[in-house]
Design a binder for this molecule. Structure first.
Ligand code: SAH
Length: 463
């Protein structure tokens, strides 16, 4: 029986859904992060449970053919890019397999691996349009970077391969300003200090940049000086926001936003439409991949132009706006007021008049429309990681759309919901994995579910 601190010889035979390598040793599964299928390693055992154990690489004896040179100095400490040591080609295979296994095992879907399309990210470097840096003090100086893997210890770093290079210059300017004006970073233990996070968002299609400081109070000393310095940078900063978060919480953003300069957030171009995104609203972090995702959803829907559709979890309206000129009418629902404000303005900006944006919990609006027997030809859902709630699924079943386009950043909850919808006659027709998050352990999925004929009791409303 193995025990802590043992060194064992291990061959990695699989990568689990957290992107950790897995090897078998005396009938036990041993999880070893930052390994690749085919690696033969000396593995140091860190923790032993009944049927499985955790270990770390002591020495790579024979490297896997999937391995590539690691091009990030902080890769081992960060844990964000947990697949950075593997070739992109093999990363895509791993991700496709994750989606396949979830659909099959959790969803009970009869689909072959070949029938899942995989759409790679057009960009692998600097693809993100958003970064949130925790700010702290290392005993000597103010630092900003990222949290070490599974902890709240800040690793001081201004490099990140998947973020735009110039974000580091904005961060460093703010750190210098804090030092110069003796502005303290927040300390999670003592709960003292002012600046908690630096949050930057960029519109890749426009070059517009938002800089948001997350602070415990609603004032930053010498704020005008900071603004002058920021606006002197050679970037198109159109928005500087102070977000107030005085709570003892892991949640980054508080509820209150004070605009220090310009507007609240940025404008970007997505699928040819202008999109305003406020600081609080969700926006996909990889624009080019998100466009591939939305275009795949449009392809799956095969719109004829007559459809009345409903979108739940619409955010700033990106998907509905991309679909608007291909259908008759859209009813779109989102819970965050700022996002729905953006969505309404976005419709106006693009001269789109056939979408009703509703600010509500998806379950309430869906239940109300189901109650009124209103029919929709196609339903589009793009929920958060936890998937659709039971109430939303109940309402969807009652609304009984012919087609459901389900977009998900978590293929295990997607598969769970597909299984529930299958009990009500929906079957999976098509599935694509779209890589919105290269080098990390995340992947987006879009599927088409359909049911055939619409329930004849339903009322078609003329919008
Ligand atoms: N489709 C959008 C947003 C997807 S993210 C896009 O691609 O940009 C999921 C969205 O669901 C977020 O905007 C979030 O605010 C919203 N949301 C979360 N819970 C919700 C609920 N119960 N009802 C309605 N919207 C919700």
């Amino acid at each position: 029986m193995i025990k802590k601190n043992d060194i064992i010889n291990l061959e990695i035979s699989d990568i689990n859904h957290d992107a950790s390598g897995v090897g078998k040793y005396e009938g036990m599964a041993i999880f070893v992060p930052q390994t690749a299928i085919g690696d033969i390693i000396d593995c140091k055992i860190l923790k032993v449970n009944k049927t499985y154990a955790y270990g770390k690489i002591e020495k790579i004896l024979t490297p896997s053919p999937s391995r590539i040179k690691i091009d990030c100095p902080v890769y081992q400490k960060c844990g964000g890019c947990s697949l950075r040591h593997i070739s992109y080609e093999d990363e895509l295979k791993i991700k496709k397999n994750w989606v396949f296994e979830n659909l099959k095992r959790i969803g009970g879907v009869d689909i072959s691996l070949e029938n899942i399309e995989l759409i790679p990210s057009p960009e692998l470097v600097g693809y993100r349009n958003k970064a949130q840096y925790p700010v702290g003090f290392d005993g000597e100086k103010i630092i900003a970077g990222f949290y070490a893997n599974h902890s709240h210890r800040i690793i001081n770093s201004d490099t990140c391969e998947i973020q735009p290079d110039y974000f580091a210059q904005i961060v460093n300017l703010i750190l210098r300003f804090m030092k110069e004006y003796n502005i303290k970073p927040y300390n999670e233990e003592t709960k003292k200090g002012l600046i908690r996070h630096i949050y930057i968002r960029e519109g890749k299609g426009t070059g517009e940049v938002m800089v948001c400081l997350v602070a415990t109070k609603d004032k930053i000393p010498s704020c005008e000086k900071l603004l002058r310095k920021l606006l002197n940078l050679p970037y198109n900063i159109v928005s500087v926001v102070l977000n107030v978060n005085s709570k003892d919480t892991n949640v980054i953003l508080g509820d209150k936003n004070i605009i220090l300069y310009g507007k609240d957030g940025i404008t970007d171009i997505m699928c040819g439409k202008k999109i305003n995104v406020s600081s609080m609203a969700f926006y996909q972090v990889n624009k080019l991949s998100a466009e591939n995702l939305y275009n795949k959803a449009i392809e799956y829907a095969e719109f004829t132009g007559n459809e009345n559709i409903m979108e739940l979890y619409c955010g700033t309206g990106t998907i509905s706006l991309a679909m608007a000129d291909k259908v008759n009418h859209i009813t779109a629902v989102e819970i965050i007021p700022k996002a729905i404000e953006n969505a309404k303005i976005n419709a106006q900006l693009n001269g789109i008049t056939n979408i009703d944006f509703i600010c509500d919990d998806a379950k309430n609006t869906a239940a109300k429309l189901a109650e009124q027997n209103i029919s929709f030809d196609t339903l589009v859902v793009d929920p958060p990681r936890k998937g659709c709630s039971g109430e939303v699924l109940d309402a969807i079943v009652k609304i009984s759309p012919k087609k459901i386009i389900y977009i998900s950043c978590n293929s295990s909850t997607l598969a769970r919901d597909i299984k529930i919808l299958a009990e009500h006659g929906y079957s999976l027709q098509k599935a694509s994995a779209v890589d919105l998050f290269p080098r990390t352990s995340h992947v987006e999925t879009v599927v088409l579910l359909s049911k055939g004929e619409i329930d004849s009791k339903k009322v078609r409303v003329e919008f």
